[in-house]
Design a protein around this ligand. Structure first.
Ligand SMILES: Cc1cc2nc3c(=O)[nH]c(=O)nc-3n(C[C@H](O)[C@H](O)[C@H](O)COP(=O)(O)O)c2cc1C
Length: 397
């Protein structure tokens, strides 16, 4: 996973939302990141350093003057080793310090002492968030390249309803991953990923569909973001949080999937077609809810257009998926040729659709075959994106 072995500084400031960041510190650490927590004096009023120290298994620094080492470079070396500095929750006060370049506490000093990219998750009362001073500071930080996680709207600690709630831990984690991915092997490329299963209406309340959860497509989108790609994620009926940083395009039917994918591919380098698109659609869906007639019901079905085969833009690298119930390799290879793909990911439909893991086989247009073995979809997705990266590099040379 992309967070493994990465160096992250977490700066915590004095907001009531500090307790929510405990989860972020835990998730980052469990994902294999080294997390060094710095706290403002205000932050220690809300939560103890011991909590972060226990979860990150690293010392927590709260005082500018504390434990100053002989080489007297503590805050600078910490910042130089870090690949990203997350400031969460960022109080209005800390945001002002960062914008003005003040350095009178460990969080602002460390941010000022290095060029480590900043990810800032503000949390405050909505008057503070809307105040022109805060707006200006946020604008300044954004213009310097900081990633700001806009606070959500909802009931604040004071009981008032407004904008100012800390972003959810999953979003904060996603933004850190996105930031860490910038400059990766796919930096500067745009990849279109499709996910989920299309729905073909029979009448206003019923549809034909399949059991695709969208998990594979979302994992592929995340793996591409981890490598620095700009990702357009076209999702059909997926009930999962999209990876942070993806441009999401929701669709319902196969026709909408074709339309959205063709448009997105006009400015893309690669298409990864992981969605399960219906092959058939009711020829004339009923405008009204169908009633029981006492007899059977015959549906007249028309074939849908093939999305990946219809997109033929020169230079676009195409990765398809073949979920088969028999003759896996033969069927996948035939599909690769028929649809003009560069790579096809073959999998056993019975064991993969809707499941948390997958046993994938990669078949390239040059005939090479790679068995990936059964593994969680997130890990399998990283291997597919690594294979795609290899093909893209080959195309460029
Ligand atoms: C109970 C309580 C809750 C607070 N919550 C917030 C908050 O959510 N956001 C914020 O910007 N300030 C909040 N403050 C005010 C900050 O703690 C205060 O401005 C402090 O100086 C922030 O300094 P720091 O950024 O160095 O931690 C709160 C203060 C109190 C007493």
């Amino acid at each position: 996973m992309s967070l493994h072995g990465r160096n992250v500084i977490l700066g915590v400031s004095g907001s009531i939302a500090a307790y929510k960041v405990v989860q972020v510190a835990r998730d980052l650490t469990q994902a294999g990141a080294r997390v060094d927590v710095l706290m403002t004096e205000g932050a220690t009023r809300f939560i103890t350093p011991l909590t972060f120290q226990t979860l990150t298994r690293r010392p927590v620094i709260t005082d500018l003057w504390q434990d100053w080492s002989e080489d007297a470079q503590g805050h600078i070396s910490l910042g130089e080793e870090a690949e990203v500095m997350l400031i969460a929750p960022a109080s209005a006060q800390t945001i002002a310090r960062l914008a003005l370049g003040l350095a009178d506490d460990m969080v602002s000093l460390t941010a000022l002492a290095t060029y480590t990219p900043l990810v800032i998750a503000p949390a405050m009362n909505y008057h503070m968030w809307e105040h022109p001073a805060t707006r200006e500071h946020i604008h300044t930080l954004e213009s310097r390249g900081a990633t700001i996680l806009s606070p959500g709207r909802g009931t604040l600690a004071s009981g008032a309803v407004g904008e100012g709630r800390l972003a959810k831990p999953v979003e904060i984690l996603g933004a850190v991953r996105w930031r860490l991915g910038r400059g990766g092997r796919l930096a500067g490329t745009r990849i279109v990923v499709t996910a989920g299963g299309t729905r073909e209406p029979i009448d206003p309340v019923r549809y034909l569909s399949n059991g695709s959860s969208g998990r594979m497509g979302y994992a592929l989108a995340q793996a591409a973001i981890d490598e620095g790609a700009d990702v357009t994620l076209i999702s059909a009926n997926v009930d999962l949080p999209p990876p942070w940083g993806a441009d999401g395009v929701p669709v319902t039917t196969a026709a909408q999937m074709l339309d959205a994918t063709s448009r997105a591919c006009e400015r893309a380098d690669a298409l990864v077609m992981a969605a399960a698109v219906s092959d058939y659609t009711p020829a004339s869906p009923s405008g009204q809810k169908l009633k029981k007639t006492g007899g059977g019901l015959a549906l007249d079905l028309a074939e849908t257009a093939d999305v990946v085969a219809s997109i033929t833009r020169p230079g676009l690298l195409k990765v398809g998926f073949a979920a088969e119930t028999e003759h896996l390799r033969e069927n996948a290879r035939a599909k690769l040729e028929r649809k003009g793909l560069d790579l096809i990911v073959a999998n056993d439909a019975n064991a993969t659709i809707g499941a948390p893991d997958a046993a994938l086989t990669l078949i390239r247009a040059d005939g090479s075959v790679e068995e990936l073995g059964r593994r969680p979809k997130e890990q399998a997705a990283e291997m597919v994106i690594a294979a795609l990266t290899g093909l893209m590099n080959r195309k460029d040379t």
